[in-house]
Design a protein around this ligand. Structure first.
Ligand code: COD
Ligand code: ATP
Length: 203
């Protein structure tokens, strides 16, 4: 029976970086961020609900969602964030479970569900093991600002929309401390997967 691994962290702690490592071990990854982009494409039910709720001012000229603008609205305002979550999350959940079940049926040794809001949305019961990618909060803020070229305020709003990384670390079955180099994180991941009997001991 394949192991279902829930990969999470807080924004910009390094989930995507670790998710690529899983793929290098030929372990498939179901990515909630990719799915959450697909379910809001033009014509999809969630797209219409978002336009109805937030107005045409959150659209680009070509009528696709202006993600930056919608982000500026919802990361500042918990009530509006809940409106968006209530529209998008049910659709994302259905697709995550569909992909998970498909991989399990194929008989994979493990499948990863990469879900930023695994704990916030109480989805941990969908997985067998949880793995949190941790960095200290100062490093998190610095990496987020660098990657997104965002202001201090925008970055702090996004961080505050999630459970803090130190709390998530306490909720996890295992932690990767990604404050060091990518290579050090790779070695931690390899050891965890050996302990979980997903990988054989490296030569
Ligand atoms: C607000 C939106 C349009 C902003 O898009 P943008 O391209 O700027 O960001 P992106 O989607 O790449 O998300 C980046 C990160 O922000 C964090 N994040 C996104 N949505 C949320 C949310 N509702 N609450 C808390 N954190 C969130 C996650 O850590 C995510 O990895 C978009 O994030 C969105 O549609 N969010 C609602 C869906 C959602 O919750 N997605 C997260 C995984 S299911
Ligand atoms: N060990 C590391 N050392 C230095 N930089 C790193 C390390 N790991 C990740 N980064 C950088 O930090 C930033 C955030 O990493 P990444 O995009 O993997 O985070 P994430 O958790 O997937 O973010 P999100 O929550 O937005 O999906 C990226 O610019 C990435 O290149």
């Amino acid at each position: 029976m394949g192991v279902v691994i829930g990969l999470t962290g807080s924004i910009a702690t390094g989930k995507s970086t670790i998710s690529q490592m899983f793929q290098s071990f030929d372990i498939p990854v179901v990515d909630a961020d990719i799915i959450s982009r697909e379910v809001v494409e033009i014509g999809k039910p969630a797209y219409h609900q978002i336009v109805e709720c937030f107005g045409e001012e959150i659209l680009n000229e070509d009528r696709t969602l202006n993600r930056k603008r919608l982000g500026q609205v919802i990361f500042k305002d918990p009530k509006k964030r809940k409106y968006l979550n209530d529209i998008v999350h049910p659709q994302v959940r259905i697709e995550i479970l569909r992909q998970r079940d498909e991989y399990v049926k194929r008989g994979v040794k493990a499948v990863v569900l990469d879900i930023p809001l695994l704990f916030e949305s109480q989805l941990a019961h969908y997985v067998d093991r949880t793995l949190v990618v941790y960095v200290d909060e100062e490093t998190q803020l610095k990496r987020l600002k660098n990657r997104d070229e965002s202001s201090e305020e925008e970055a702090r709003d996004r961080i505050q929309a999630q459970i803090t990384i130190s709390k998530k670390a306490k909720m996890a079955d295992e932690i990767i401390d990604n404050t060091g180099t990518v290579k050090e994180s790779f070695q931690q991941l390899q050891q965890i997967l050996v302990n979980w009997h997903v990988l054989n001991e490296p030569d």
